[in-house]
Design a protein around this ligand. Structure first.
Ligand code: SAH
Length: 272
């Protein structure tokens, strides 16, 4: 797929495109090294790690089980989370992304080196030396890596998971949803994975239309802060925390303008 002209919105890239063309190794090299080939710090990643650390430090964000929705091939979104939950289930549509994650979990040859990222989070949490301990803790807590589709009423169909205490989702729904109606219903679908009173932790890019790596362009649903908050509220949550930070990707690898970090609590269903 070729890069469109500056004003041409990228055509929606759905699950078949992810399954056919998403290269997890290239994605990790493009977005998840702490500094780029010119030695410039990856401020996008560092900022998101800080936000996740802050959100998972909020009161009440603890419990038995956590589900990561649209995990991709990454673990950074679980590094602070794993300190507060006992069991983690990671979900993603794309086979090769789940496989890439499993490579790291099983310490297979060729797995991505997350150590600098893990050290960065350990430093935020107060002790950089604890990186190996955290890696082991996370490996031990991730119990299952399963296929999911957030556009399905039961995203893990045909599997039914017991509702979790927390759901984390980073950079997934804006990639997975072709329009706002789909985004709203995907939030409702994701809500079914949570216990009433459970927490949703989201990191979402704002005003992005595409991201690109390895000569591939993936579409992104253009979102504004208030639109995301209203969709989250409309899907049966109360927003507890919401913070926008500028997006710092100056290299053309994406056109996002800001990142929204949000925590919401699932309301009890209204009984009739
Ligand atoms: N959470 C990771 C990956 C984000 S990339 C991170 O923070 O970097 C977007 C991810 O959404 C990809 O892994 C892709 O496989 C997944 N995805 C796309 N459409 C999906 C769908 N309908 N259901 C579930 N996951 C989907």
């Amino acid at each position: 797929m070729a890069l469109g002209g500056m004003n041409t919105p990228a055509a929606f890239t759905g699950t078949e495109v992810y399954q056919r063309s998403f290269n997890p190794g290239e994605y990790l090299r493009a977005f998840y090294t702490l500094s780029n080939s010119q030695g410039q710090p990856n401020t996008f990643l560092m900022q998101n790690l800080r936000s996740l650390w802050k959100m998972f430090s909020l009161e009440g964000l603890r419990g038995e089980t956590l589900i990561d929705v649209g995990c991709g091939p990454t673990i950074y979104q679980l590094l602070s989370a794993c300190e507060h939950f006992q069991e983690i289930i990671a979900l993603d549509y794309t086979d090769q992304n789940r496989r890439e994650l499993e490579k790291w979990l099983k310490k297979e040859a060729g797995a991505f080196n997350w150590r600098p990222v893990v050290e960065y989070v350990c430093e935020l949490e107060g002790d950089k030396e604890k990186w190996a301990e955290k890696e082991e803790k996370l490996r031990q807590k991730v119990r299952q890596v399963l296929k999911c589709d957030v556009t399905k009423a039961n995203p893990t169909d045909p599997v039914s998971l017991p509702p979790a205490d927390c759901v984390v989702s980073t950079l997934c729904l804006e990639a997975a949803c072709k329009d706002l109606a789909t985004f709203r219903s995907a939030l409702r679908n994701v809500g079914t994975l949570l216990k009433p009173g459970g927490h949703l932790v989201m990191v979402t890019v704002l005003r992005e239309t595409y991201y690109a790596f390895n000569n591939m362009v993936f579409s992104c649903l253009h979102l504004e802060k208030n639109v995301v908050e209203e969709a989250v509220e409309g899907a049966g949550f109360d927003v507890m925390f919401s913070e926008v930070q500028p997006c710092l990707l100056g290299d053309g690898s994406a056109d996002c303008e800001a990142v929204l970090s949000l925590v919401a609590r699932r309301r009890a269903p209204i009984s009739g």
